[in-house]
Design a protein around this ligand. Structure first.
Ligand SMILES: [Zn+2]
Length: 351
């Protein structure tokens, strides 16, 4: 019995409500009726893989150009998630740490459908041209605010849906159940208008029963406030992917406090992200029980989360690219976050 399993059993014994998670380790792929999320280490880029209970896969962003990140993405997809294709690739915006690896990922594992916010990248970028050439070979859809990506449902599992809340600086219209946010936009720090590609970021909300996961990509502070004020389009979520790799241009405290996550995951690098204002916003949000990081920030004086919650402790050179994974039980009432390479697992109750 591995230390990981021993720890998982002990944790489950301590919390009867989470008993359904005791059998979690080692499974993956289609047929297990769980929802799985994998945060793949692409050294401060984006690469988040979701596998639905029906075994359908969604890759949100594809890391950098070159071989490193596509190799890592394909390895996690095949070996950890146990999938043989990417059903949906969402490129959230046209920065190289998000679209850069797409064409090379598709050479390693088939990619069926591609989505992005449309439009054109503002500044020349050879990797963008490579992405456009790849995109022509796939089934392609412009993903607009308010769109949903149709997903298959699995018998015996909670319902799953994936909604685009924002894209290309436009926001989904509020639904009838969405109420005014008691936190006013006036509490937001001042952020300059964002004229960069980050402002076009696609924001995705994944729902699985009561479980909710929010990925705001690289949306920056002023637009983050628009996402939740005056109406909170995202609602309160269980898991929040820390915006923009943890850079301080993003992670407006008004956003973080409004979405009230239980768990956060930062896809930072050993020198990128994990900014002091971001860390302060996370630490000031009472709902958060655990802040995960893909990397320890090795900069002088960096404020990192608990070492136990960090997947990779060293620099990029020689990095083993440990990933973070989440498994939500078929009824979506509970979930576990794991760092398999570090024998870490912690269980959480869905809100
Ligand atoms: Zn980025």
């Amino acid at each position: 019995m591995t230390g990981c399993i021993v720890r998982a059993v002990l944790m489950c014994a301590a919390g009867a409500v989470l008993a359904g998670l005791c059998a979690l380790p080692a499974q993956g792929g289609a047929g297990d009726k769980r929802l799985d999320i994998y945060w793949i280490d692409v050294e401060g880029g984006g690469a988040t893989l979701i596998v639905t209970p029906a075994g359908e896969s969604i890759l949100i962003d594809a890391g950098m150009d070159g071989g490193r990140d596509p190799d890592r993405i394909a390895a996690v997809a095949r070996q950890a998630a146990k999938i043989q294709q990417i059903d949906h690739l969402v490129v959230t915006h046209f920065d190289i740490d998000h679209h850069g690896g797409a064409a090379e990922v598709a050479k390693r594992i088939p990619v069926r459908k591609v989505y992005d916010p449309g439009g054109q990248r503002g500044s020349p970028d050879p990797s963008y041209d490579k992405y456009l050439a790849f995109r022509q070979t796939a089934a392609y859809t412009v993903l607009k605010a308010g769109d949903t990506i149709p997903l298959r449902q699995a018998d015996g599992a909670a319902k799953v849906s994936l909604t685009c809340l924002a894209a290309a600086k436009k926001f989904a219209p509020p639904g009838p159940a969405q109420k005014p946010n008691p936190i006013p936009a006036s509490e937001s720090p001042a952020y300059a208008e964002d004229t960069s590609e980050n402002a076009n970021s696609t924001v995705l909300l994944l729902r699985f029963g009561d479980f909710e996961f929010l990925d705001t990509a690289d949306l920056t502070g002023r637009l983050e406030a628009s996402l939740v004020c005056p109406v909170n389009l995202a609602g309160e979520v269980d898991v929040f992917q820390v915006g923009h790799h943890g850079l301080d241009l993003s992670n407006n405290p008004v956003l973080v406090r409004s979405v009230k996550p239980t768990v956060t995951v930062m896809n930072n690098g050993h020198r990128k992200g994990c900014g002091p204002k971001t860390r302060a916003a996370l630490k000031a949000t009472d709902s958060i029980q655990a802040n995960y990081q893909l990397h320890k920030n090795l900069g002088p004086g960096a404020d990192n989360t608990d070492e136990e919650l960090i997947a990779n402790l060293g620099p990029a050179d020689g990095c083993k690219a440990n990933h973070i994974e989440l498994h939500a039980a078929p009824d979506a009432a509970s979930y576990a976050v794991r760092i398999p390479a570090r024998d870490h697992q912690r269980a959480f109750k869905t809100k």
